[in-house]
Design a protein around this ligand. Structure first.
Ligand SMILES: Nc1ncnc2c1ncn2[C@@H]1O[C@H](COP(=O)(O)OP(=O)(O)OP(=O)(O)O)[C@@H](O)[C@H]1O
Ligand SMILES: [Mg+2]
Length: 415
């Protein structure tokens, strides 16, 4: 008997070790594909897309491109198909803005500048249900807000999930570069250099992405040490165990207008911190039957979560929303569940949801959001890409309306 038990223990250890070794090989191979220097291509704009964005005619665009010394052939002069990068597009926009100041008339908007009364809006996307579309929603919202509004809102995407899926999109080299993650900052896993402040460390941990006005505070797989957060909090006698992320984001409050926080499928210390740091919450829900039951269980837990946070001084949320994700308009089951969801949360559910789309699925395989590529780069049916983008814009517009309402309220409160 004892012999069998020993065998079983040994077998378990051996199997686990074998899986771990094979997995490490697999991860090494993935990392080879994405070396530390790997940077994905910035988004490119065709002439038509640039004209649409800049609202100037093609002739003016061409002359500005020449005046700014931009090469719209991507170095390939012989097979020149016209396109410019997002950085170049922004340069032309700034140039056009400068001309407006000199009295020329263009149909463009000034860049957004928060007033002193307006605060950065921080939105946490969480549902303890795994795979319900949190990361796709977080990444799509963050990149869409950054690229699709000419006001050029400054967006920070925060990844608090050790699976680091959101980070794969915008900081694929973070792990090899030994970048500090949101978790490292929460765990105080760093030493300050001479003359360096905590704010300096947080600022330099928010990494640039291929979109100039989108930064990311990444997670990496080694963030499993988030499990240590409980121990850290106890052994360091932390006054507010849920306020660690909030404290980090306070350091960069002036650098961003909108902060989107992607979370793990759990209600652990990381998610509590995301909730505490947030000023608004969006719960992504996939309206499949089993997902809805899990979400219902999660809603049952929300009052406990909210009161715990309020005991530590959280002032409550500016908005609480539910966002349907990854569903088909034709599915009868999904329609029934959407009605059930409306019964649970009423008008808090956004009218528009993120519909299941081949474009999202296909691009996500390459860690790309729909807003990372030009329509002309999408390899499949253009219509699929376009309708996905239109759908996402409806969701983004709805969220932006909530954000505008917050800023409007903040402006009027003190007057
Ligand atoms: N609207 C959509 N259309 C097509 N595929 C989608 C859509 N939303 C999500 N998916 C796919 O579903 C899977 C799960 O999505 P995602 O990673 O966003 O979920 P998640 O809630 O972040 O998961 P986890 O709980 O593991 O963090 C991914 O493969 C993603 O590409
Ligand atoms: Mg995720």
């Amino acid at each position: 008997m004892e012999q069998t038990a020993t065998n079983q223990t040994e077998n378990t250890v051996n199997t686990a070790t074998e899986w771990a070794t094979n997995a490490a090989t697999y991860l090494d191979e993935c990392n080879l594909e994405k070396s530390a220097e790997f940077q994905k291509e910035p988004r490119r704009y065709t002439q038509k897309e640039a004209v649409d964005y800049l609202r100037i005619n093609a002739k003016t665009l061409k002359s500005y491109v020449a005046e700014l010394g931009i090469d719209p052939t991507n170095g390939d002069h012989d097979h020149a198909s016209w396109s410019i990068t997002i950085d170049e597009l922004y340069r032309i926009y700034d140039y056009t803005l400068a001309q407006t100041k000199e009295g020329k008339k263009f149909n463009i908007k000034p860049l957004f500048k928060r007033t002193q009364l307006q605060k950065a809006v921080r939105i946490s996307l969480n549902n303890q249900k795994g795979g319900c579309g949190k990361t796709v929603a977080s990444v799509s919202l963050a990149s869409g807000i950054a690229t699709e509004y000419r006001e050029r809102y400054r967006v920070l995407l925060v990844d608090t999930d050790p699976q680091s899926n959101a980070s794969q999109y915008y900081a694929p080299g973070a792990h090899q570069q030994d970048r500090l993650t949101a978790t490292d900052l929460m765990l105080d896993n760093f030493d300050l250099d001479e003359g360096e402040t905590f704010r300096d460390v947080v600022k330099s941990s928010c990494l640039k992405t291929t979109i100039p006005n989108l930064d990311i505070l990444p997670a990496t797989q080694s963030d499993r040490s988030i499990d240590n957060l409980d121990r850290f909090v106890k052994s360091n006698d932390v006054e507010n165990p849920y306020g660690l992320l909030d404290n980090i984001l306070n350091q960069v409050e002036d650098d961003y207008d909108i902060i989107i926080i992607d979370t793990p499928p759990a209600t652990n210390m990381a998610t509590f911190n995301a909730y505490f740091a947030a000023t608004g919450i969006v719960v992504p829900v996939s309206p499949e039957a089993h997902d809805l039951k899990a979400t219902a269980g999660y809603f049952e837990f929300l009052p406990t979560l909210v009161s715990t946070l309020q005991n530590y001084g959280h002032p409550g949320y500016e908005f609480m929303r539910v966002l349907l994700t990854n569903y088909s308009n034709n599915s009868v089951g999904a329609q029934e569940n959407r009605s059930e969801l409306t019964r649970m949360v009423g008008s808090a559910k956004y009218e528009a949801g993120i519909v299941e789309s081949e474009a999202i699925r296909k691009l996500a395989n390459d860690d790309l959001s729909v807003f990372d590529v030009s329509q002309s780069q999408y390899p499949r049916t253009k219509q699929t890409f376009l309708s996905c983008k239109t759908n996402l814009m409806a969701v983004i517009d709805a969220l932006m309306n909530d954000i505008f309402a917050v800023w409007k309220k903040q402006e009027s409160e003190v007057k």
